[in-house]
Design a protein around this ligand. Sequence first.
Ligand SMILES: NC(=O)c1ccc[n+]([C@@H]2O[C@H](COP(=O)([O-])OP(=O)(O)OC[C@H]3O[C@@H](n4cnc5c(N)ncnc54)[C@H](O)[C@@H]3O)[C@@H](O)[C@H]2O)c1
Length: 441
Amino acid sequence: MKQKNKKITIVGFGYIGCIIGSYLASQGYCVTGIELNDHIIKSINNGFPPFHEPGLAHLVKAGIDSRRLTITKECDAIKESDVILVTVGSPLNDSGDADLNHLSQALDRIKPYLQKDQLLILKSTLPPGTSRDFVWPQLSNKNLLLAFCPERLAEGRALADLTTLPVIIGGINQEAALAASQFWIEALNVETIIVENTTTAELVKLADNLWVDVNIALGNELAKISDKLNIDVLEVIAAANTLKKNNSNVNILLPSLGVGGYCLTKDPWFLHAMGNRLGIDLKIPAVSRKVNESMPEYSVCLIDRYFQNLSKKSEEISIGVLGLSFKNNTSDCRFTPTKPAIEKLLSLGYTVRIYDPLLTQEDAFSLTGIEMSSSISDCVTNVDCVAYFAGHDEIINFSLENLLRLTNKNALIFDGRRFFNKTEINNIKSLGFTYKGVGRI
Ligand SMILES: NC(=O)c1ccc[n+]([C@@H]2O[C@H](COP(=O)([O-])OP(=O)(O)OC[C@H]3O[C@@H](n4cnc5c(N)ncnc54)[C@H](O)[C@@H]3O)[C@@H](O)[C@H]2O)c1
């Protein structure tokens, strides 16, 4: 059978499942998504992704129109599948460890349908040892090829990442690793890196995300120092990052009003919990989490201090918040730092308006309890502060001249994640606004 004729089933058609499944369908594969969420099933069946991701909408539509992409609650398609990908969630439980219930329930559902020699690839982020000690004992009598291949794409640039990042592969044995490698090379045309075993591959994913969280925390702490020193942290970071270390450069990441999303807010805790289980008191994951969790409140204090210095009462100040999702150009609001930041602004007495072009009124309201403005213009008219909490394209493309026309005189432009460059900041100031960013002047 030619590779592109292979049948693929994806168990869990959320962010990751939908992105991978839609892309594979666009490459000619016959893809079935198995999903429990009615909203997702309905949306996909109507030809729409259930969330915003650049480039995804036309893949979903083309997949549904061509019938290469189908979605269902039923598991029957597994019987005929060559490859099964598991992309269910792995959230944090109340004790700060991975909640494996989604994985466990998914395995219970699919087990009766699995066939000999099928390739089963786990993509959900899992604590090291889970594939070998939790999954494989349930499946070893099935004569499957089991591999763990962590998903490392980032929302907002997911399709580009999917088709360029090397895929890490840990097989339950050499045959499984090679089968997974062959599949990814043919499906995505990317480099594959086969590591020793599934546990190694599981730790690779957590290592990557801890690195990101730690390096953002470093950027955030440098921002706090820069605020006190009245210098621009982005200038510090850009210059610091020119230092060569071994084969690459120092790479301090950018500060912002906080780290959100589904992965960075939990994966460091998976490592922390793993350390505890192994009797090792790992310090770094908890520290990076705490630094990054402090940023929404810290950012709001920067805004509050500005108005306090002007002796203005918060009750007289209105703030237009642009962008609610956890990062630029995604509609994902899971654990978005904009939520605690808005709650803090409200608790201090500010009037807050909100707008996010990627969210529905309903989603924005359920996140914040505030009726969303109908447009950027609506959100910033007569405000004393425009707070850029996410820099989606529509928000970035809204001109400063238009802002000037709409906002109150001498409004504060707060840069939580928009990352204005120096020329733009000078322009902001020359137009009569005041500028303040996280670690920026
Ligand atoms: N979102 C990201 O950017 C990202 C990046 C890298 C890795 N990951 C990892 O990928 C995994 C999935 O993340 P996500 O963001 O796609 O989560 P998600 O919650 O958006 O998607 C998971 C989907 O699985 C479905 N599901 C749960 N149990 C099921 C079952 N028994 N049968 C069928 N469907 C079931 C849920 O309804 C949900 O839609 C997680 O482990 C996450 O840590 C996510």
